[in-house]
Structure formats: structure tokens, C-alpha cells
Design a protein around this ligand. Structure first.
Ligand SMILES: [Zn+2]
Length: 277
């Protein structure tokens, strides 16, 4: 694959090219990629990752995500404020995110959600920001990306979803790391389940059981890079090119071909992010 491929418009791509992997959640907009993200984009394309969604964590990184998505046809943006920074979701900041949200290269609002592990804002502040952003996603007809950590947090996220999510709304539960029962709870709310590189870690057998049981039309893949590298690169910086290892593990766990996983998760990702397939 040549570097020129990066600039080929989506509509001009061949059928085969459209059936490559999509990284639904990466952070090229964070400092570890500041010096060399174009090379990481190229390595991703060479590895068969056709598209990547760069996800914002605050106003600055959301702006940067959109700048990247305007520059590279293979990059898309999500804009939002991370729950650990929810105290910064002031009326002014929310307005700034809403201005970005209308842009056609923005496919989702997020990452939002709840996180009671980080040493951050109060639960109420996080809940208020969650409601603000899920409503914004509905207003702009964009997907909503949820970050959530640990059992108790998931209970509150599911409660909030039940109260705020409209039936047609597209929601991605990012970096799902828990078990089959919780996966089914999110499926019952109509969510997509995004699986990251930690599915390859030997200790995560419960997660693999959940991935095995998940409905095929609900799974999408992500790196959450620079964090969470797959097993072969633990301790190093993660990047989208390494997602092939995650896809191969999921294929093995589900007893299907890697081609089947590529085709299914890519189709799911385009539907989740509201793009034509
Ligand atoms: Zn993230």
C-alpha cells in the first residue's frame, strides 16, 4: 500500500479497501503521538487498518482530533470531555464542543461517561456532563462514546442510559473489559461493545468468554492507543497497526476466520458511526 492511499476519498475506494479494519477509538491527539503520528497512520494503513477515529478528551484534544480528520481522509474525529475532566465541561466548553460536533468529519460525541476511580470531579458533576453530551449526540445525530470503569460505575452508566438514550441512538461502550452478564446489560440498552488489545492478555479469560458470547453485529474494535497494547507489545506504546493482533485473538476466541471478523466489525463500526456501508 502506498502513502498516496491516505488521500484517496472514501467514495473512490474499492470494495476490498472498504473491508479493512477500523480502529474506533485512538488518541493520536495526545502528547505521545505529537512527534510522529503521520508515521503511525502510515503503519496502520500498511497493516490493513483503513480508518481510525481520533477521540477527544477535552476541548483542546477535540479540536486537534478534528484538525487531524480534516487533514487525513482515513481519520475521523470524536469530540467531547472525558469524565475525569468533567469539571471542565462548563457552559462555554460545552458550546465549543457543540460547534465542533456539527462538522461532517465528526462521527461521535465523546469520550464521555463515568469514572469513579480517577481522582477527579464528583459523581454529580460527571453525571451532569454525561447527560449534556448524550443529548448533544442525539441533537447532532452522532454516536455517543461511553467510558466506564468498575462494577458500580457501570450500574450508574446503565441507569443513565435507560433514562436518557433514545431507542435509535447509537452508543459505543468503549474498552469493554468486564464479563458476559455486563455485556448483555449493555446489549439490552442497544449499545455497541468495543474491544481493545487487553482481550489478548492471559489474565482476561472472563472478557474472552464475554467476547465469545457477544452478538456478531454488536462488536467493534479499538486500540485506545497510546495505552493498552496487545500482549506482544506490553509495556510499549500502542498504535493502530497493532490492532491486527486483537482481531486475530477475537477470531480465535469466536472460532471464525480473521476475514469474517474484519468484515463484521468494520460493517458494525460504520453503522455505529453513522456512515454509509
Ligand atoms: Zn480513550
Amino acid at each position: 500500500m502506498t502513502f498516496a492511499f491516505l488521500f484517496v476519498k472514501w467514495a473512490e475506494r474499492s470494495e476490498a479497501d472498504r473491508m479493512q479494519l477500523i480502529d474506533t477509538h485512538c488518541h493520536f491527539n495526545l502528547p505521545p503521538f505529537a512527534a510522529d503520528y503521520p508515521e503511525a497512520v502510515r503503519r496502520a494503513m500498511d497493516a490493513g487498518i483503513s480508518d481510525m477515529v481520533v477521540v477527544g478528551c477535552d476541548v483542546g484534544s477535540s479540536l486537534l482530533a478534528l484538525e487531524m480528520a480534516e487533514k487525513y481522509d482515513c481519520l475521523w474525529a470524536a469530540v467531547g470531555i472525558h469524565p475525569c475532566d468533567a469539571q471542565d465541561a462548563t457552559a462555554e466548553a460545552v458550546d465549543q464542543i457543540a460547534e465542533l460536533a456539527a462538522h461532517p468529519r465528526v462521527v461521535a460525541i465523546g469520550e464521555s461517561g463515568l469514572d469513579f476511580v480517577c481522582d477527579g470531579p464528583s459523581r454529580q458533576v460527571q453525571r451532569t456532563a454525561f447527560e449534556e453530551f448524550i443529548n448533544m449526540a442525539a441533537d447532532f445525530d452522532k454516536a455517543f462514546i461511553i467510558h466506564s470503569r468498575q462494577g458500580e460505575t457501570n450500574t450508574e452508566v446503565l441507569e443513565l442510559l435507560a433514562q436518557t438514550k433514545s431507542p435509535q441512538q447509537r452508543v459505543v461502550r468503549h474498552c469493554f473489559t468486564e464479563d458476559t452478564a455486563l455485556l448483555n446489560d449493555y446489549i439490552a440498552q442497544g449499545c455497541y461493545i468495543s474491544i481493545a488489545g487487553n482481550v489478548t492478555y492471559p489474565g482476561n479469560q472472563e472478557l474472552r468468554e464475554a467476547v465469545k458470547a457477544a452478538p456478531a453485529d454488536r462488536i467493534v474494535l479499538e486500540t485506545d492507543c497510546p495505552g493498552l497494547p496487545p500482549q506482544s507489545h506490553r509495556g510499549k506504546r500502542n498504535e493502530p497497526a497493532l490492532m491486527v493482533e486483537t482481531a486475530a485473538k477475537i477470531a480465535q476466541v469466536r472460532g471464525v476466520s480473521i476475514e469474517a471478523i474484519v468484515a463484521q466489525t468494520t460493517k458494525n463500526a460504520w453503522i455505529a458511526y453513522g456512515q454509509p456501508i
